[in-house]
Design a protein around this ligand. Structure first.
Ligand code: GLU
Length: 424
């Protein structure tokens, strides 16, 4: 039996320390008091489990895995599950804290959580992935549930993975429990519009930000890093709205054409060759070069800490839309702010996913499913309202959009905590 060791993390800053420092800075702005700050600086619960999996060749590998709940003051905890070789407990804790703020900013009745399995899903067969998912679900089965903690997809997980979680939990209960997980495939209780929701929400934020600066989506030049669920859907939606997608990338590299890349053609090329390499209608660029391109909107939609103190001075976009969680380090954040670049923070820009997850949870509990137009219109309402609230605070208090979003979110969680009172 082999236990897999996690490779060194790709992040420069400890993400948990970064998340806590962001909270401390906001706490000083809104004066929540030291007692409240001490509560919010910690995670309510963090479990670490080992997940033994029989591989197709008969050997057994043991994977390290986590599920963390940061806060439940506003409702059951909510957040995705990440399958990635560089997942750590500290990263999972940071992501759980960000989920608390994201749900509060959107006004959803949820706290924040996150899960992670240290694995490379691309190297696993379908059967290995299924066994891994079912065993991980079993190991955390007492932590999750429709009233307790509701997982969803994140980097490296898919609707199929959510279906296995739903099935494993339901088999153990003896009946189907639709509300235990969101991001499920449509035919087993998923919601219309969930798959595109994170990209769609990011698109709404870009539209609102451009409007504030007197521009429209039509004609905006956009560079997108990452072509997973968020990046790919955002690219399609912005192209459809008349934007010019000047660059795209995946983990192996990117493509650039100042006149615009056809997202459909790029997707077809990637489907066939598994990479953007040798795509005829654009030049090859690196992920680092993509961040420094001349464009109106830069959307980092892959992993954390790609915009750092080293490259923030090179960003030429006037708007940065954080499709990924935590793509900008604290140092980079200050540099971008000082340079007048409008950063749409992750807790606002990528919240579309959890908003439609909320819709899916409600539909599952009621066993009554909505039309796509209804889902998208309600998503637009929630994102646009949150954008407007954040913008107002950003202007009135002369603080960054991130600080404004955090101030609103942390204020709401504090208010709920005070109103409920400390037990016992
Ligand atoms: N993983 C997504 C996020 O970071 C979605 C979470 C959810 O739908 O619960 O927001």
């Amino acid at each position: 039996m082999t236990t897999l060791q996690a490779p060194a993390s790709f992040t420069q800053e400890n993400p948990w320390e970064m998340a806590r420092e962001q909270l401390r800075r906001v706490a000083s702005l809104i004066d929540i008091g030291e007692n409240m700050l001490n509560v919010l600086l910690e995670c309510k619960k963090a479990v670490e489990v080992s997940v033994p999996v029989r591989m197709d060749d008969g050997s057994v590998l043991v994977y390290d895995a986590f599920r963390v709940t940061h806060n439940v003051a506003r409702g059951p905890s909510k957040g995705g599950i990440r399958y990635h070789p560089a997942v750590t407990l500290e990263e999972t804790k940071a992501l759980a804290m960000w989920m608390t703020w994201k749900c509060a900013l959107m006004g959803l009745p949820f706290g924040g959580a996150k899960g992670g399995v240290v694995c490379d899903p691309k190297s696993l067969s379908q059967l290995e992935l299924e066994r891994l998912t079912r065993r991980y679900t079993t190991e955390i089965i007492n932590q999750i549930g429709p009233e307790v903690d509701i997982p969803a997809p994140d980097v490296g997980t898919s609707p199929q993975v959510m279906a296995w979680i739903f099935d494993t939990y339901s088999m153990n209960k003896g009946y189907s429990v639709l509300g235990v997980v969101t991001g499920k495939p449509l035919h087993v209780g998923g919601s219309l519009g969930r798959e595109e929701a994170t990209g769609r929400g990011a698109g709404f934020c870009v539209r609102e930000a451009l409007r504030k600066r007197g521009h429209e989506l039509a004609g905006a030049r956009v560079a997108i890093q990452g072509f997973g669920n968020v990046g790919a859907n955002l690219a399609f939606l912005l192209e459809e709205a008349g934007g010019t997608i000047v660059a795209l990338s995946d983990s192996t590299g990117g493509i650039y054409n100042p006149a615009g890349v056809s997202v459909e053609a790029a997707k077809a090329h990637k489907r066939e060759h598994r990479t953007f390499e040798d795509f005829a209608e654009a030049d090859a660029i690196t992920n680092a070069e993509l961040l420094a391109l001349d464009c109106d909107v830069l959307a980092p939609c892959a992993l954390e800490q790609v915009i750092t103190g080293d490259n923030a001075t090179e960003v030429k976009a006037s708007i940065v839309c954080e499709g990924a969680n935590g793509p900008t380090t604290l140092e980079a954040d200050e540099i971008l702010h000082d340079r007048g670049i409008l950063v749409l923070p992750d807790v606002l820009a990528n919240a579309g996913g959890v908003v439609v997850s909320y819709f899916e949870w409600v539909q599952g509990l009621q066993e009554y499913f909505w039309k796509l137009d209804e889902v998208n219109a309600k998503l637009n309402d929630i994102i646009t309202r949150a954008f407007e609230e954040t913008w107002r605070m950003h202007v009135e208090r002369e603080i960054s959009m991130r600080q404004a979003a955090y101030a609103l979110a942390v204020g709401r969680v504090s208010e709920a905590t005070v109103t409920r009172g400390l037990y016992p």
